[in-house]
Design a protein around this ligand. Structure first.
Ligand code: FAD
Length: 317
């Protein structure tokens, strides 16, 4: 079933999660053990992230360095199928522009369609570690909106090969990303929201936000989106703080602020068990306020750590 149908049919705020594919070499059990503790909160859909290849240099005999492409977390498509089969919930694979030509994207979407997957979250992806700016793959897409256009075309029966006859259209429900604190490359929030509106006008049916720790940023973002004419559901993404290191890692990686009050609470903690408790308490307060605001669904970034999400959900849902 489509994410938008789940949102429409539910009379209360839904609980949903995002999981990461296991590290290469781990079994499917590792992802099930990250989902099992959260199933009692009945997520109607589970997002599975996509991780593009990274390049590393390996020292070889004679001292020369060989550049090697590795994918640390492969398997998004297979994991989605396994999740749907094992839990009877919908899976939402993340599809990115980075590293893919349009043909490769089309082939992946055909696989997803054969597997009965109804939803995709379409993203640009980040630049590779050695790059200053995001560089599209030759024959690939530069922005998430290009990916939206490709999926909308397939939903209208238009595939890349225009000689195909008797094409059966796909019917993917399309989600895209939004940034309450603005995407880091955007010159300002209004311009970023204008680009977001273009993704919606192109066919995106709902928005999932980047994590944030200050609800007023989300409320302001929703107001600005609505003022700009964006009417689709906006699902807030939440991640509880769980280690002291995240005070610097999260702002650096995700370009978000940690409110001063939260920062000071974490600073007082003597170990990460105490940080976890502060992070859970903060996320519970955020969740309760967001539910009161009338959000359709609360989406949690589990990052392989279901226990703190379980604790938040049990105090919220
Ligand atoms: P876009 O919508 O393409 O926007 C990128 C930037 O370009 C923005 O600054 C935007 O304002 C600007 N822009 C857009 N269109 C134009 C235009 N026509 N001209 C000029 N500028 C333009 N990454 C992964 O690799 N894998 C994942 O699984 C993943 N999941 C995510 C899930 C969520 C909910 C979120 C919020 C992010 C996720 N990301 C993931 C990270 C995401 O790929 C990065 O944040 C990326 O840098 C931007 O992706 P986007 O889809 O928002 O890009």
């Amino acid at each position: 079933m489509k994410v938008t149908e789940h949102l429409r049919q539910s009379k209360k705020t839904l609980f949903s999660i995002e999981v990461l594919p296991p590290l290469k070499g781990k079994s499917i059990k590792s992802i099930f053990s990250a989902i099992d503790p959260l199933m009692e909160f009945k997520p109607p859909f589970v997002d599975v992230t996509y991780h593009r290849e990274e390049f590393v240099y390996k020292k070889r005999e004679g001292g020369y360095l060989e550049k090697i492409s590795i994918r640390k977390r492969p398997g998004t498509v297979g994991i989605c199928a396994a999740i749907m089969n094992h839990y009877k919930v919908d899976a939402v694979p993340h599809i990115i522009c980075g590293g893919f030509s349009k043909e490769e994207t089309e082939n992946a979407l055909i696989d997803l369609n054969f597997l009965g997957i109804d939803n995709v979250l379409l993203l640009r992806g980040d630049s590779e570690k050695h790059e200053q700016h995001f560089t599209p793959e030759p024959g690939g897409h530069a922005y998430a909106i290009d990916l939206v256009n490709q999926v909308v075309n397939m939903n209208n029966g238009v595939f890349l090969d225009d000689d195909l006859k008797g094409v059966e259209p796909t019917s993917f429900c399309i989600g895209v990303a939004g940034y309450p604190e603005k995407h880091f490359e955007a010159p300002n929030l209004n311009t970023d929201i204008a680009h977001l509106k273009n993704k919606v006008n192109a066919g995106a049916e709902y928005i999932v936000t980047q994590m944030f720790f200050d609800n007023t940023k989300f409320f302001d973002f929703v107001k600005k989106c609505r003022d700009a004419g964006i009417t689709v559901p906006i699902i807030p993404g939440l991640k509880p703080l769980s280690t002291r290191k995240q005070l610097s890692i999260l702002p650096k990686t995700f370009h978000i602020d940690i409110p001063e009050v939260l920062y000071k609470e974490v600073e007082k903690c003597t170990d990460d068990t105490a940080v976890k408790a502060v992070g859970v308490e903060w996320a519970v307060q955020q969740s309760k306020e967001l539910i009161k605001f009338g959000i359709p669904c609360l989406h949690f970034y589990t990052m392989g750590n279901p226990e703190n999400i379980r604790s938040i959900a049990s105090q919220t849902f």
